[in-house]
Design a protein around this ligand. Structure first.
Ligand SMILES: Nc1ncnc2c1ncn2[C@@H]1O[C@H](COP(=O)(O)OP(=O)(O)O)[C@@H](O)[C@H]1O
Ligand SMILES: [Mg+2]
Length: 364
């Protein structure tokens, strides 16, 4: 049997569990053609949740999923939207080509079929079109589609928009205001970037219901895991706390436990051993990363992972032999490198595995 604990890519269908409350809430929004802003730290399960929602709505809706993590320009953004929209058209090649002609007036697509997987990819020919024209073409095609069936359009890693120096959000607002049968889902990490796009006076203000995604609840975790492993509620709580509610690390540990110990009763010690295995595998890449830090950044990283509450106290500064101003500047540099993050005035390492590695290796 394949391992039921998935920790990379999307957890789909049978491997997806929990999230009943979130799915019900989002379903309500979709049913009333309302929009959602879904945010959390990375690795909590946003993309998997969106994919699951789309899977459950696949019969009654057109579902379009775009991941814009890699965009470096607004034109790339438009191109991803157009490609994802083109992908919605299924069937044999002849049907696809005639549909693309019907739904796209100004753009033609280069179509390639992977001989091994039979998967079709589309590359829109965008020469001579302005960004605004590309977006217009996209929404015209989208609204035409929405005449047939409701559309769910999800744009994942939406915070990347904030990094581009353009008014994409204002342009999106213009189209979103048109009454069509479309639910927009914006998802992403980096809370401050993302929520700043939806803040008071920003173009997307009040254009979406906000939802912060927490970890999977312990009842769902116990319900699913106990189908495959022998473990009790206390052990599940131990696992969740150790992972600080991060879904990916929790799933990775469960994956290892299932591979090695599916016939024994799971104890906290086995969970610790599985974590050690993960940290051991990652140790060389984390060490390489750590070696790229300057001396003050190394100190700042140690202070953050040490779990000290008062990082700027005289005692801490003295213990780590660092000036307050240098610590503040090192923290800022680590923040820019996306190693650490800040919420409610508290610095933290958003990647729980990296944080635990720092705790173990650097703060012995
Ligand atoms: N509800 C779930 N059930 C099972 N596994 C999940 C669930 N949500 C997330 N995961 C696992 O955790 C990993 C991280 O989730 P992901 O959806 O990529 O998070 P995010 O988009 O928030 O970064 C995924 O690779 C997936 O395997
Ligand atoms: Mg994601």
């Amino acid at each position: 049997m394949i391992n039921p604990f998935h920790y990379e890519g999307f957890a789909l269908e049978k491997q997806f569990y929990g999230r009943d409350i979130e799915l019900a809430k989002i379903q309500k929004l979709v049913d009333s053609s309302n929009n959602l802003l879904l945010y959390s730290k990375r690795r909590m399960g946003k993309s998997s949740l969106i994919k699951e929602l789309m899977h459950r709505n696949a019969d009654q809706c057109y579902t379009i999923y775009c991941d814009i993590f890699d965009i470096a320009s607004k034109e790339e953004f438009a191109s991803i939207l157009l490609k994802s929209l083109a992908k919605t058209h299924r069937g044999d090649l002849k049907t696809i080509v005639s549909n693309l002609k019907k739904y796209f007036k100004r753009i033609t697509f280069g179509i390639t079929v992977d001989p091994n997987t039979a998967e079709i990819s589309y590359s829109p020919r965008l020469e001579g079109l302005s960004f605004e024209e590309m977006i217009e073409e996209f929404f015209e095609g989208l609204f035409l589609l929405a005449k047939e069936k409701k559309v769910i359009l999800a744009i994942d890693e939406f915070q990347q928009i904030a990094l581009l120096d353009t008014k994409i959000d204002a342009l999106l607002r213009k189209y979103m205001q048109e009454p069509h049968n479309v639910s927009y889902i914006f998802a992403g990490s980096k809370r401050h970037c993302l929520t700043s796009l939806f803040t008071y006076s920003a173009p997307l203000y009040e254009m979406a219901t906000h939802m912060e995604l927490g970890g999977l609840d312990s009842k769902s975790v116990l319900g699913y895991t106990s189908k495959y492993l022998s473990l009790n509620g206390g052990v599940v709580e131990y696992l969740i706390t150790l992972c600080d509610h991060e879904t990916k690390l929790m799933q990775h540990i469960l994956h290892i436990l299932y591979s090695n110990q599916k016939d024994t009763t799971i104890t906290p010690m086995m969970i610790d051993d599985a974590l050690e295995e993960i940290l051991g595998d990652k140790s060389s890449s984390y060490t390489l990363l750590y070696d790229t830090f300057s001396l003050t950044q190394k100190k700042a990283f140690k202070i953050i992972t040490s779990g000290l509450e008062t990082i700027f106290s005289l005692d801490t500064l003295k213990a780590y032999n660092i000036q307050k101003a240098s610590l503040a500047s090192a923290l800022k540099q680590l923040y820019i490198k996306e190693i650490i993050d800040k919420e409610d005035d508290k610095w933290f390492v958003p990647d729980r595995t990296l944080e635990l590695w720092g705790k173990r290796m650097l703060n012995r």
